[in-house]
Design a protein around this ligand. Structure first.
Ligand code: NDP
Length: 300
C-alpha cells in the first residue's frame, strides 16, 4: 500500500479562502473587520519569522493586523498593560502572545490575563476547561488543523481508535480532547508509556507530537491507518551543502507511507494549517463577539 498524501499546504489555502470569504461578508453585511493582535517580546529569530508570517496572512485574509514588538527586558507589568489595552479594544477580536516568553515573564500569568473570548491560541485556562468539558471554546490552532484534516479525509472519525503520542498542553492534550469530542477511542502516549510500538499498532489514527526526529517507524503503523505528523525537527543536511538543514517530522516518512492509508508530510502537512487555523479562530471570535453565526467548517 502507498499512503495518500494529505496535502496540508493546499488544505490550508482552502481554509484561508473560506476565512477571506467570511471576512468579506462580515465587512459588507455588518461593517465589521476582524482584528488580530500579535504581541512579541524579545528578538527570538524563529518567533520573529512566525509573527511576520501571521501578520502577512492576516492582512491577505482582509483582516486588521496589529503587531506589538516589545523589548526583551519588558516588565511583566508593562506586558500586562498591553494585554489589558487589547482586551479593551473593540476592534481587536483575537490576541496572541507569542511563546516562548523571556524567562523573567510568567507565561501562565500572561496567558491568564488575556480575555478568554479573544484567546485565539486557546491556551487560557477557561478555554482549556471548556474544551475538556465539551463546551464551545477557542481551540488551539495546531490540533484544530489536525482535526480539520482528519474530518476532511475520513468524513466521520467516530468510533475509530486514535493514539496521540505526546501530552503537551499545546498539542497532545487538546488533540486528545478534540478526538474524544468526535467520538474516537483515545489513548494518550508519552515518554513513560510501556511498549509504545504495540500501543501505536492498535491505532486507526496516529497523531505524533513528540519533537523527536523520525521516531515512529513504519512497522509501528497498522496497515491503512492515518498518520498525522505534527513534529517539526531541523536536521543537518551536509548533502545539500555546508551548513544546510532539512526538516523532518516525528515519523519516518518513507517507511510509514508504505503502510499507512494516509499521511501528512513534513514540511507541507500540519505546519501550514496552524496559521490558517489562527485566522479561522480570529473570525470565529469576531462572530461570537458580535452575536453573529460562526463560519461553518472553521471550528471544532
Ligand atoms: P513537548 O516537548 O511539549 O512535548 C513532547 C511530548 O512528547 C511530551 O509529552 C513527552 O512525554 C513526549 N515524548 C518525548 N519523548 C518521547 C518518547 N520517547 N516516547 C513517547 N513520548 C515521548 O512538545 P510539543 O507538544 O510542543 O511539540 C511536539 C512537536 O510538534 C515538536 O516537534 C514541535 O516542534 C511540533 N509542533 C509543531 C507545530 C506545528 O505548527 N506543526 C506546533 C507546535 C508544535 P512526557 O510528557 O512524558 O515528557
Amino acid at each position: 500500500m502507498t499512503a495518500r498524501i494529505i496535502d496540508g499546504k493546499a488544505f490550508a489555502a482552502r481554509v484561508r479562502e473560506k476565512v477571506k470569504d467570511h471576512v468579506t461578508r462580515l465587512k459588507e453585511d455588518h461593517g465589521i473587520t476582524p482584528g488580530l493582535a500579535v504581541v512579541l517580546v524579545g528578538e527570538d529569530p524563529a518567533s520573529q519569522v512566525y509573527v511576520r508570517s501571521k501578520g502577512k496572512q492576516t492582512v491577505e485574509a482582509g483582516m486588521k493586523s496589529v503587531e506589538y514588538k516589545l523589548d526583551a527586558d519588558t516588565s511583566e507589568e508593562d506586558l500586562l498593560k498591553v494585554v489589558q489595552q487589547l482586551n479593551d479594544d473593540p476592534e481587536i477580536h483575537g490576541i496572541l502572545v507569542q511563546l516562548p516568553l523571556p524567562k523573567h515573564l510568567n507565561e501562565d500569568l500572561v496567558i491568564g490575563s488575556i480575555d478568554p473570548a479573544k484567546d485565539v491560541d486557546g491556551f487560557h485556562i477557561s478555554n482549556v476547561g471548556l474544551l475538556g468539558t465539551g463546551q464551545k471554546s477557542m481551540v488551539p490552532c495546531t490540533p484544530l488543523g489536525c482535526l480539520m484534516m482528519l474530518r476532511d479525509h475520513h468524513g466521520s472519525i467516530s468510533g475509530m481508535d486514535a493514539v496521540v503520542i505526546g501530552r503537551s498542553n499545546i498539542v497532545g492534550k487538546p488533540m486528545a480532547q478534540l478526538l474524544l469530542g468526535d467520538s474516537c477511542t483515545v489513548t494518550i502516549a508519552h515518554s513513560r508509556t510501556r511498549d509504545l510500538p504495540e500501543v501505536v499498532r492498535r491505532a486507526d489514527i496516529v497523531v505524533a507530537a513528540v519533537g523527536r526526529p523520525e521516531m515512529v517507524p513504519g512497522d509501528w503503523i497498522k496497515p491503512g491507518a492515518t498518520v498525522i505528523d505534527v513534529g517539526i525537527n531541523r536536521l543537518d543536511a551536509p548533502e545539500k551543502g555546508e551548513g544546510k538543514t532539512r526538516l523532518v517530522g516525528d515519523v519516518e516518512y518513507e517507511s510509514c507511507a508504505k503502510v499507512a492509508g494516509a499521511i501528512t508530510p513534513v514540511p507541507g502537512g500540519v505546519g501550514p494549517m496552524t496559521i490558517a487555523c489562527l485566522l479561522a479562530n480570529t473570525v470565529t471570535a469576531c462572530c461570537r463577539a458580535n452575536g453573529l453565526p460562526e463560519p461553518e467548517g472553521l471550528t471544532a
